[in-house]
Design a protein around this ligand. Sequence first.
Ligand code: SF4
Length: 282
Amino acid sequence: MKKEIFLCAINNVLSGTCLEDCKFCTQSVRYHADIERYNYKSIETIVKEAKQAKANGALGYCLVTAGKGLTDKKVDFVARTAKAIKKEVNDLNLIACNGTASIEQLRHLKEHGIDSYNHNLETSENYYKSICTTHPWSERYETCQNVKSVGLQLCTGGIFGMGEEPEDRDSLLNALASLQPESTPLNFYHPNDALPIKTRNISRDEAIEIIKKAHRLLGEDRLLMVAGGRELLFDGYEDIMFEAGVNSIVIGNYLTTVGDAPTKDREMLDRLGYRVATTCHA
Ligand code: SF4
């Protein structure tokens, strides 16, 4: 019997309003990417969408806000949303993804039902200076350490194919491994004409090597996810991606790009003989 695959869904609850200059991100207001930008969704809508995600098989549900980091207003909103979801939807691992965060802010989220915090290192410490000038990589690493120190599960990963060198990829994977995250999303850059990074410098074979290395370094008992860019690199090649060590995927849409319909992914898993995980094994 093949392994179980853990499904995760993303809800962008505050979109496209970030002042930072991350060159890979359509949510930065600096690049005027053609995306939907909106203020906070209503909690009622988010709960409804969480129920739908659960019905689609998601075990992880990620509440994302655009912006560099948590503010008092965001902490309050995400905490109230988490509480409302937990009241109405059982067995959903709630992940918050709200940028840099202090120990106090993370503790508050944990007390209100957040199980896990996602904050990606994005790339190597060295290459990071080429893709973002408005905040340092060290703040990202520190937020991940804060997540661990309050006892939340840590979800941290990065993006490959943004023009980095092979040594940057290794450096990122080693930095991720040093944090011992419960789950790691590997994203493959999705080019967008509005963004300063115009092309993706990664092949499918290179992506598979990264997955294998990540699987080795991070541990077989951890969740290794292919998130953004899966449809671009692995459409029709999902079996090699799972065989290389992936045991988790995002279903539905990403932050600002459209993903495959959840039914299509469920059919793909059935066809390849994988079961959808029904309990969180992270
Ligand atoms: S801080 Fe986050 S939301 Fe803002 S531009 Fe960077 S990656 Fe995008």
